[in-house]
Design a protein around this ligand. Structure first.
Ligand code: ATP
Length: 458
């Protein structure tokens, strides 16, 4: 399938104009790389999260959800290794004082041909020297050495200075699942293998945020940790790669826009790791990660907390620390991919260009828009609106020509428009127009309910 004409500028403009995403703190001139979801955007994002939760928790035999605190005991981050090694290699331009990630500079300079993930800091410095990689902001070549920069946001806890303790805004949700491993196991009586999932905010003081909601300093993650026995971990790692891929296809992604990318340099705890990359408007980039984390996480928490996190097999009595296969995806990053994938510009027979978002109906903010053909049909249309909104999110619009109203709904991806016209007064039927095909059919209200219910299933 041919790539659509989507650019980041077009997406940002559409999102702003249609109440999907606004710049954060806009009336104060913004706050770099923070974004606020508007009335349409919050619905879409909630639907994205719901679809994920349904697939990975609700439809699973043995995966359970948690909603852990953002602020955790600082020892958690010592155990996880974040206080010592959650950092990026940064360089400052001595001329214009802009700050950059060394790995990003190399990636951009080599047009993706050199992979800095496999390089040490010294190797990255040498590459930048040898290839005279200039500052992308001022074009000069006058760098500091690489310094590592911890990405965790710090804050402090306590009322008086004396009692202040440094705490962190969590940089990932995963630790909330690990520290609750035994709580979940005990209360659900789950047997290994089983999963713990969480959706929640994470914060990273990213050196180079950007590309709209792709990389921000505050974002939401959807993470699923699968606890299994050593020896079965590789099989589950493969299974989760498949499940993560299938989830994206079911959301409507074209598989030509997705690819797996194995990690060249594994984190110290990882046995195998890969990303699924998406062909975003700015190019191929990570959409989600799948990691075989071995028994690192639970072993470290056992060591640092002094509490046993050993699992006892109820049948064999065997005792062991489970392995973890992690599947992690950013809700906002998935939202950007969903928006990019849905975006389309169609030239109609009359030469007009129609902007349309082809969201899966389960993801669309409103499942239908109710449009009285003329204002004097409003009472009948409002009656239908009241009936349908008890069942699913629907919107109502009586302003402007019917053509303009269709276009507005196309731009926010409403899959069906229901027009109430003069025939509706006679027999109660309405016209249902399909967003993608623009075909129309007449249906009774009961027919509409059955039709939409079937289409919005995920
Ligand atoms: P990247 O290489 O892009 O910095 P990462 O490998 O550090 O990402 P993980 O720590 O594995 O990412 O986080 C899991 C997922 O969380 C990522 O695949 C991405 O979807 C999302 N994510 C990570 N950092 C951000 C961010 N700053 N803004 C938005 N989403 C993010």
């Amino acid at each position: 399938m041919e790539r659509k004409t989507v650019t980041m500028e077009k997406l940002v403009a559409l999102c702003k104009a249609r109440g999907i995403i606004f710049a954060g703190s806009e009336i104060y001139g913004g706050m770099g790389n923070t974004w606020d979801y508007g009335p349409v955007g919050v619905e879409i994002k909630n639907n994205v999260k719901r679809a994920w939760w349904k697939r990975f928790v609700q439809e699973s035999d043995n995966s359970y959800g948690v909603d852990a605190a953002i602020l955790m005991n600082s020892r958690v981050w010592e155990a996880s290794g974040h206080t010592t090694s959650f950092s990026d290699p940064k360089m400052d331009c001595k001329e214009c004082k802009s700050r950059h990630r060394a790995d990003t500079l190399i990636e951009a300079h080599s047009k993706g041909k050199v992979n800095p993930d496999a390089m040490s800091n010294a190797e990255m410095e040498a590459y930048i020297q040898e290839h005279r990689v200039n500052c992308p902001v001022c074009g000069k070549f006058n760098w500091t050495n690489i310094r590592t920069f911890n990405l965790m946001f710090e804050t402090s806890r306590g009322v008086t200075d004396e009692s202040q303790n440094k705490i962190y805004l969590r940089p990932e949700t995963a630790q909330g699942e690990f520290v609750n491993f035994l709580n979940v196991q005990r209360t659900t009586r789950a047997k290994i293998p089983f999963g713990i999932a969480q959706i929640g905010k994470a914060f990273r003081n990213e050196i180079t945020p950007g590309n709209f909601i792709f990389r921000t300093i505050e974002f939401e993650q959807m993470e699923h940790q699968w606890f299994c026995k050593e020896g079965t971990d590789e099989e589950y790692y493969r299974a989760f790669k498949q499940r993560a891929w299938q989830f994206l296809l079911d959301l409507g992604f074209n598989k030509e826009h997705l690819r797996f990318k194995d990690h060249d340099k594994l984190a110290h705890y990882a046995k195998e790791a890969c990303d699924i990359q998406y062909d975003f408007p700015m190019g191929w980039s990570e959409l989600n990660g799948i990691h075989n984390r071995t028994d690192y996480d639970l072993s470290r928490h056992q060591e640092y907390s002094g509490k046993s996190l050993t699992y006892v097999d109820p049948v064999s009595g065997e005792r062991y620390i489970p392995y973890v296969v992690e599947y992690s995806i950013g809700a906002d990053r998935l939202m950007l991919a969903v928006l990019s994938e849905a975006y389309d510009e169609e030239t109609l027979e009359n030469g007009e260009v129609r902007n349309v978002m082809h969201f899966h109906p389960a993801i669309a903010a409103y499942k239908a828009a109710i449009l009285p053909l003329q204002k004097n049909l409003a009472p009948q249309a409002r009656e239908l609106w009241e009936r349908l909104r008890k069942l699913f999110p629907v919107t109502y619009d009586e302003a402007g020509s019917i053509g303009k109203r269709y276009r507005r709904q196309d731009e926010i991806g409403t899959p069906f428009c229901l027009t109430v016209d003069f025939d509706s007064l006679q027999d109660g039927t309405v016209t249902l127009r399909d967003r993608d095909t623009m075909q129309q059919q007449r249906l009774s209200p009961e027919g509409v309910i059955a039709y939409i219910t079937e289409k919005i299933a995920f």
